[in-house]
Design a protein around this ligand. Structure first.
Ligand code: MN
Length: 338
């Protein structure tokens, strides 16, 4: 953040504000970790704070402090609208285009209150007066740590805030293994552990909390549904609504499934297609230079980062799969690059 912006924001935050924090559709560990980490910090600073999500998020994030106070716009549209309307300051975390959060985004832009964007996704749209945006940051949680430090409040990071931020960094870096994990990431994590973050607890709460059904769905997906196309260094999985309901699918059950495709030797491009509520949800991952953000933007109404992106399609599951495999020859050259 520019120092003039920083000063202005500090001044603004010196007086109690009615703050609303919003994050992206289908919030993940980074979205909720950054939102609730910031929420707990701003509460300490004596502001009135509300976190609003466009829809709900998986159970394995419910341990975060403040979870019970979160308002789900889809479930409580009137309450969410009233909160946004009276906000005097709005934080937008882990996304950078209000169109991505549909109706909630319209409510946010209808309020003239200053907006603060904190995000690490490429190609931000220009709607915020204050912006802490860095595509080289591993996660938005890393930037929330920077933000609190820039406000001169590192001392306010307690165990609850530290655990929220740790969770977002851990999930967005694939447990510290993606190339986005920098020396700075590890320095921040060290500070979080010093501030009380319990790394083993966070890991278990997020990764070792599966139902038997979820693990069996994973087993079924890998043994029955995995398709490998060595000529394109590509592997993918498709799951129909029926296949998912066989394993009593619950939100979050297929999270991370796409990464297994990328664990195969020689595979550089991984995709996952799931039928959900009448559309097909897609996830893309890559190793190296292949840009899945560009791929998702061009072909599946989505986007994200170079090595991790998502999108959706109104085609049937079979048609979406056909479209995907049909596109691969066009990308053959790019897929060959290291
Ligand atoms: Mn993120």
């Amino acid at each position: 953040m520019h120092s003039s912006q920083k000063l202005k924001l500090r001044k603004l935050l010196a007086k109690p504000q009615q703050i609303v924090i919003v994050t992206h559709w289908s919030p993940d560990g980074d979205a909720m970790g950054s939102s609730l980490g910031l929420y707990n910090y701003l509460l300490k600073k004596k502001h009135s704070v509300n976190v609003i999500t466009p829809n709900d998020y998986p159970d394995f994030l419910h341990w975060m402090k403040g979870h019970k106070q979160v308002t789900d716009h889809l479930r409580k549209p009137a309450k969410a609208a009233a909160l946004v309307r009276k906000a005097t300051l709005i934080f937008c975390l882990d996304f950078n285009n209000l169109e991505r959060i549909a109706e909630l985004g319209m409510l946010v832009s209808a309020n003239a209150a200053p907006k603060v964007l904190i995000d690490h996704h490429p190609q931000p749209s220009d709607f915020a007066q204050f912006s802490l945006h860095k595509t080289t940051a591993s996660s938005t949680c890393e930037l929330i740590f920077d933000f609190i430090e820039q406000m001169g409040d590192k001392k306010h990071i307690d165990k609850d805030i530290a655990n929220c931020l740790y969770a977002g960094i851990m999930t967005d870096t694939g447990s510290f293994r993606f190339p986005s994990t920098s020396a700075k990431t590890h320095r921040i994590v060290a500070s979080l552990i010093e501030a009380g973050a319990t790394n083993a607890f966070v890991h278990q709460a997020i990764y070792d909390d599966s139902t038997e059904d979820r693990l069996r769905l994973l087993g079924f997906s890998l043994s029955e549904k995995l398709r490998v196309l060595p000529e394109f260094q590509t592997a993918y999985i498709t799951l129909s609504e029926q296949e998912q309901s066989r394993f009593n699918y619950r939100k979050g059950d297929t999270e991370g499934l796409v990464n297994y495709c990328l664990a195969i030797r020689g595979i550089r491009f991984a995709a996952f297609f799931a039928e959900r509520d009448g559309t097909v949800k897609t996830s893309f991952r890559s190793k190296g230079s292949f840009d899945v953000n560009a791929f998702a933007r061009a072909n599946f109404r989505g986007g994200g980062h170079r090595n991790a992106a998502g999108g959706s399609s109104d085609l049937s599951l079979e048609e979406a799969e056909k479209k995907f495999t049909g596109l691969l020859p066009r990308y053959k050259k790019e897929l060959k690059k290291p």
